[in-house]
Design a protein around this ligand. Structure first.
Ligand SMILES: [Zn+2]
Length: 332
């Protein structure tokens, strides 16, 4: 079984294999620092390891996902798992948080297995917090494990680092990373993929976040384009040219949703029935000037276009978009 069984991205396979080997040889350190740039899956790796350590009946080196310990973990209520994090995002982990952990560290595991502390990000431990933790790292207790996530390039206190073993999580080859990203976002164009991979310095999870964040801006632009067309502020050809370079399926999907809203609005005359409330004004303006059969006809055409794209038929997208946009332009 490979790490894909746990949905770990493939570039983490070497890391996972090394951790498996350490476990098999019973030489997993009690303090383990997983270090690397943001967006490489350090947390996923740590979670998979934590799950494996906590599981009562591991299967092929992975947490089973079914035993009592796994179920408690999945419910977020396992008594032998602690997460040491900043109280506010982006702030330091303070000494109070470490002090609060001490009675728990001194007690035996409630489920009779391992106790695991996940520290994220370990580079946010301030000096006092780190000092309060040093003794625990030196004498962790037989079945207690500290998993520390170190986000490069921020420094990790040397006192902490020297009491742990480290494993670096490295970026995948550009091609491997881009292939993974493309599988997560099938609608993204090659240009988008290479652009965000570049922005993320080759860290695919960070690149994915960039892509997802761009979605709201793109949706807004799509709306702006459709409005401008109705106001004669742009041309059908110009909008089609822009859309061809965008994730076309996503754009058509939004448009289809708005047309559904337009149909509802036309039927009920009630703006509250519109799901996408930010387009109500535009839809009301269109609804006043057109009839139901025309809207239905356009809806069908957009739906068909989307189906053709989904079936990856070889179509002239520019021409297809121009035809659809011309129909839209004619609505009012
Ligand atoms: Zn289990």
């Amino acid at each position: 079984m490979t790490s894909t069984a746990l949905d770990l991205p493939t570039w983490l396979d070497p890391n996972w294999a090394r951790l498996q080997q350490m476990l098999a040889q019973q030489r997993l350190p009690h303090g383990m620092v997983l270090g690397g740039l943001p967006g490489l899956g350090k947390r996923q790796l740590a979670e998979a390891l934590l799950a494996r350590l906590i599981c009562q009946t591991p299967q092929h080196g992975h947490a089973c996902g079914q035993c009592k310990s796994c179920l408690l973990r999945l419910a977020g209520s396992h008594p032998d798992i602690k997460r040491l994090e900043p109280e506010d995002e982006g702030k330091a982990i303070l000494v109070d948080s470490v002090r609060k952990l001490q009675p728990w560290l001194a007690a035996t595991a409630q489920q009779g297995g391992a106790k695991v502390v996940l520290i994220e990000p370990a580079n946010e431990l301030n000096v006092n917090a780190a000092n309060a933790l040093l003794k625990n790292l030196e004498e962790p207790g037989r079945d207690t494990y500290f998993l520390l996530l170190h986000h490069w390039p921020k420094p990790l206190l040397a006192t902490v680092r020297s009491r742990c073993q480290g494993q670096d999580v490295l970026p995948p080859e550009l091609e491997q990373g881009t292939t993974w990203l493309a599988a997560q976002q099938p609608d993204a164009s090659d240009t988008d993929l290479s652009q965000v991979m570049h922005m993320a310095h080759g860290a695919p999870l960070l690149a994915l976040r960039y892509l997802q964040q761009a979605a709201p801006a793109l949706r807004h632009q799509t709306l702006v384009d459709l409005t401008a067309l109705l106001r004669n502020q742009t041309s059908v050809a110009q909008v089609a040219e822009t859309w061809v370079k965008a994730p076309v399926k996503q754009v058509l999907d939004w448009w289809l949703q708005w047309l559904q809203d337009l149909i509802k609005l036309k039927q009920t005359q009630d703006p509250n029935t519109v799901l996408n409330q930010d387009v109500v004004k535009l839809l009301q303006a269109v609804a006043r000037k057109t009839d139901m059969p025309t809207i239905f006809a356009l809806y069908d055409e957009v739906l068909q276009a989307l189906n053709s794209l989904n079936q990856r038929r070889n179509i002239n997208q520019q021409l297809m978009l121009e035809q659809l946009l011309y129909r839209w332009y004619q609505l009012i």
